[in-house]
Design a protein. Structure first.
Length: 684
């Protein structure tokens, strides 16, 4: 025994320190133990640590080291401890150490067993999981070499491996090899069974009711499926095709789920050859069935295969049955893929088999085919549904809402699709259905507000015309969650035509339009009209509407950035016409304009007028200030440090400079004038 070997034993086997120290001491001083002494010491140490308490991993390490370094006595002690006597023969239960991926250990052990007249026990199960060596080789190692080694050892020693035996979870070697997706091990098992006249139980189920063919389908392994079919045919076994696992899957359903056309064809060919009928209506635990999965995956080839097989075998496919989330094939064809061919196939199959498709059935989210067609903005699908409904005396739902309170007309407006809007209105008129024009979705939108947001005057006209013909009063002041409403949205889009339509409709129906209401950004119609360049007409229309309805426009209200109408008109417009409009309106309605109010950039009317270098605007502001006893701020600076006098100097505008100096003098204002201002004038 050398020091290195002792170190290995110390590292891997649990002798106590006294033993290790004594062995090292013996080596150091060349003390030789007799075989008897060494045997006694080993036995004492084994008893001290309790060999029976070593787990499989620890035993495996110890045995590997002992075999590798030819510690005969240690090997003998480790093996003899677990030897079982059967019929006068000594067996070593291989399952004790077979849980480790150690091919070299098995080679060493089989050699040792042969040399010492010991048989390795291949069928003995462990007490915990019921596994035995062959199962362990497949389950924990998925190891072809170990499996082959076991079979060779079994054949050499005339041992019959129980290849049909199962562990506590019901796994047999074949089912486990299928689950591990190992084609080579499957071949080994089939060859072993054939060589030993064993008929493999290839329909045997585990505790989850999974069986080899199903497991091979789950793994998408065509090679294994072909091997199982071949083996079944050679041994007059009829494969299970329809049995369900605990979660409801069978081979054909799984093949449809994984979109595997070749496996589906294999299963159908096998069923036809053996006069079996595949169950195409079977559903898994969440309600899915083959045709459902084919539509879910949008696989027209699989749909055709299923329909052809069903017709040849007098099977009526389920078309209306709901699967996962309450969906059914027609819904899936529209919602997931917008595939006209898939929809057409379904309609034709329904017609051939006198099945009436349920066009108004809803899924988990309360969606139904027509609503989905509108949501997908697909006019062809909508026309198909309407044609089918008309032929089958079905009245389509037009007003039902989904989970988000969307409905067909709302979706048609959302997609800005006037063609779909017209189709829905024509269908409603034909079937005496009154469309709900004022219903809002979860965000507060209704058809009119969406049409205004989409800037579509034609849809607005259609909605107004339909409302008039059906005695519906449109809610013109309805606002969404952002506090936006039709008039504001039309002003945002700068659409004078829609604004006029709304005002005309409001007047005809005694509705007073919201004209000062702010949205969540603080915007309102007048502020947006001022934002648009030179939009004198829009501002004029708003002023005229306000005057005719005794509404006072809020000229001084600011948005979230501090903008207000007067400030915006100066910022956005080069001429003073719009500014004059606002000042005239203010004068006529005794409104004092806030001439010194600043936005977030510290800009105010006089400063912007000077930035624009506009003498006329400066005069207008000074005139309004004088008439309303307002003292203009001449020295206020923006965030860039600009102020009116510096800007006038920068622009070399002597007239504005004179106006500012005169105004300052008249109002006792100390005008901020510095050297830089004069230097700018000199340069100019």
């Amino acid at each position: 025994m050398d020091v290195e070997c002792l170190k290995i034993i110390m590292k891997n086997v649990f002798y106590n320190n006294d033993f290790i120290i004594s062995m090292i001491y013996a080596c150091k001083f060349h003390i030789q133990y007799s075989t008897l002494q060494l045997k006694r010491v080993f036995h004492e140490q084994m008893n001290n640590i309790g060999l029976g308490h070593m787990n499989g991993k620890q035993k495996c390490k110890a045995l590997t080291l002992a075999l590798k370094h030819k510690y005969e006595e240690l090997v003998r002690v480790l093996i003899l401890y677990d030897i079982i006597i059967k019929n006068g023969k000594r067996y070593y239960p291989l399952s004790l150490i077979y849980s480790n991926d150690n091919v070299s250990l098995i080679h060493l052990l089989t050699k040792y067993a042969d040399e010492n007249n010991i048989l390795l026990e291949l069928n003995e199960k462990d007490n915990t999981s019921g596994n035995y060596p062959l199962l362990l080789a497949i389950e924990r190692n998925n190891c072809v070499e170990m499996t082959q080694l076991l079979m060779e050892y079994a054949n050499k020693n005339n041992i019959a491996i129980e290849v049909n035996d199962v562990n506590n979870d019901g796994w047999s070697p074949v089912s486990l090899a299928c689950e591990k997706n190992n084609l080579k091990i499957i071949k080994l098992l089939l060859d072993y069974a054939n060589s030993n006249n064993i008929i493999l139980e290839i329909n045997k189920k585990n505790k989850w009711n999974q069986y080899p063919l199903l497991l091979a389908c789950i793994k998408n392994n065509i090679g294994i499926i072909k091997l199982l079919i071949k083996y079944a045919e050679e041994n007059n076994i009829i494969l299970e095709l329809d049995e369900k696992s605990n979660d409801g899957w069978n081979p054909i359903l799984w093949a449809c789920y994984t979109n595997n056309i070749k496996i589906i064809q294999l299963l159908m060919d096998y069923a036809n050859k053996n006069n079996l009928h595949l169950n195409l209506t079977m559903r898994n635990n969440i309600g899915n069935y083959p045709l459902f999965m084919a539509y879910y995956n949008n696989n027209i080839t699989i749909v055709n295969l299923l329909m052809e097989y069903a017709e040849k075998n007098n099977i009526i496919l389920q078309l209306n049955e709901k699967g996962e989330n309450g969906n059914y094939p027609l819904q899936l064809a529209i919602k997931r893929h917008k595939d006209l061919n898939m929809i057409q196939l379904l309609l034709e199959y329904a017609n051939r088999n006198k099945i009436i498709l349920k066009l108004n059935e809803k899924n988990k989210w309360k969606e139904y085919p027509l609503l989905l067609g509108c949501s997908e903005n697909n006019i062809k699908i909508i026309q198909l549904l309407i044609d089918y409904a008309n032929k089958n005396n079905i009245v389509l739902e037009l007003n039902e809402k989904n989970k988000w309170n969307e409905y067909p007309l709302l979706q048609a407006c959302h997609h800005n699709n006037i063609g779909i809007v017209k189709i829905l209105m024509e269908y409603a008129i034909k079937h005496k259905i009154i469309l709900k024009l004022n219903e809002i979705n979860s965000d507060g939108w209704n058809p009119l507000s969406i049409a205004c947001e989409k800037n579509n005057i034609d849809i607005v006209k259609l909605l107004i015309d339909y409302a008039n013909k059906n005695n519906i009063i449109l809610e013109l002041n309805n606002h969404n969650q952002w506090e936006q409403y039709p008039l504001l949205l039309s002003c945002i889009k700068n659409n004078i035509g829609i604004v006029k339509l709304l005002m005309k409709y409001a007047n005809e129906n005694n509705i007073i339009l919201e004209i000062n209401k702010k949205n969540k950004s603080g915007n309102y119609p007048l502020i947006w009209a001022c934002y648009e360049n030179n939009n004198t007409e829009m501002i004029g229309i708003l002023i005229e509407y306000a005057l005719s309805h005794n509404i006072i426009l809020k000229l001084n209200e600011k948005d979230d950035h501090g903008w207000y109408p007067l400030l915006l008109t100066i910022k956005k417009n080069k001429n003073s016409k719009i500014t004059q409009l606002l000042i005239d309106y203010a004068n006529r309605n005794n409104i004092t304009l806030n001439l010194n109010d600043k936005n977030k950039w510290e800009e105010y009317p006089l400063l912007l007028a000077c930035i624009k270098n506009n003498i006329e605007l400066v005069k207008l502001l000074m005139d309004h200030a004088n008439k309303n006893s307002i003292i203009l701020d001449l020295n206020g600076k923006d965030t860039y440090g600009n102020y009116p006098f510096s800007l006038a100097c920068s622009n070399n505008n002597m007239e504005i400079i004179q106006l500012l100096m005169n105004y300052a003098s008249l109002n006792n204002i100390n005008l901020e004038i510095n050297r830089t201002n004069f230097e700018m004038l000199k340069v100019k």
